[in-house]
Design a protein around this ligand. Structure first.
Ligand code: ATP
Length: 311
């Protein structure tokens, strides 16, 4: 694979188990440089585990994890310099004042943008003279974001970066992130439960479920596939009424409401003809899609048509 086509981040058949518990199984994911990928998954689905395997903080149980073509477990210092990481729980030296934590971190990087850091600290009102051990959880998270951005990394990996931020700080952070990702070569992978943030910032979405990436591609592609159907028949529908491949289907007299994972216009025609029904199709937002997919036992999204995914 040449430099141009080399993914910034690659998981290839990645497996991770903790004792007998398998968390990731044969997971494939590739981020082309310049991608902003939002990683979505239920609590305990393995987002942090995946991120830590990709960063070489966890040793994989099988398969490959690579950053810029290097094995994640053996990243060189040069490659590490190209990465910024905000962990779910930011840890720092509690006895150090915030400004000293920043200076200390800056010393590790040949390239450190002091102006950017000063600007972020001002905008996010970080108390520079306070000891970092006395910061609130949200302030600590803000500090973690500043530390990860100071060296202007090519690859930014954020594990629920806004979980503890207040709405104002979250908006500021998203604004900054949007500015940052305008740089065409900057790759961002971030996990969050706040789907509206993903919709604003991410160019691609990856859904993690059952240890694998269930979907990876553009949000619009996902929205094109998962649709809600409202089926109104002239007579009461039988209790056994079902829509093939539906994630959910509720029947109430003449009306059925179903959510399908692989929407096709032909299916609508069939429903219209079979039941002489009036069928309307509506879009779902990302949160609704996530809940539908999460609540359904099966089927999952079929993998065949993932044109937006980088594989
Ligand atoms: N060090 C560890 N030892 C044993 N089990 C672990 C370890 N780290 C994670 N796990 C388990 O792996 C599974 C996935 O955890 P992980 O933290 O990756 O999920 P997550 O998707 O990030 O969850 P959340 O959204 O709640 O942050 C969980 O069942 C967790 O208990």
């Amino acid at each position: 694979m040449n430099q141009l086509s080399q993914p910034a981040v690659l998981a290839d058949g990645l497996c991770k188990s903790f004792a007998a518990k398998q968390v990731l199984s044969n997971l494939d994911l590739a981020l082309a440089p310049g991608t902003v990928l939002g990683l979505l998954g239920a609590n305990g689905s393995g987002k942090t585990t995946l991120i830590k395997c990709l960063l070489g903080l966890f040793r994989t149980s099988g398969g490959r994890a690579q950053i810029f073509g290097e094995d994640a477990w053996n990243l060189s210092a040069t490659t590490k310099e190209r990465i910024g990481y905000v962990p779910q729980e930011v840890a720092t030296y509690p006895w150090m004042r915030v400004r000293h934590v920043i200076d200390y971190t800056a010393a590790f990087y040949p390239r450190w943008n002091r102006e950017l850091v000063a600007d972020l600290c001002r905008r996010w009102r970080l108390p520079l003279d306070e000891r970092s051990g006395s910061l609130s959880v949200g302030q600590l998270q803000t500090l973690g974001i500043v530390l990860a951005l100071g060296h202007e990394p090519e690859l930014l990996i954020l594990d629920e970066p806004v979980a503890s931020l207040d709405p104002g700080a979250r908006r500021e952070f998203l604004r900054t992130l949007i500015d940052l990702v305008e740089h065409p070569d900057r790759t961002v992978l971030f996990s969050t439960h706040i789907t509206s943030d993903l919709e604003r910032v991410a160019s691609q979405i990856a859904l993690l479920r059952d240890g694998q990436i269930e979907f990876c591609g553009e949000l619009d592609l996902l929205k094109d596939r998962v649709k809600r159907l409202r089926i109104l028949a002239p007579d009461a529908l039988p209790a056994s009424f079902a829509v093939a491949g539906a994630l959910s289907c509720q029947v109430d007299g003449k009306l059925a409401v179903a959510t399908v994972a692989d929407f096709s216009p032909q299916e609508i025609d069939e429903l219209r003809q079979t039941w002489n029904a009036d069928v309307t199709v509506s879009d779902l937002n990302l949160e609704e899609i996530f809940v539908e997919l999460h609540d359904s036992e099966s089927p999952k999204l079929s993998q065949g048509e993932l044109t937006g995914a980088v594989r």
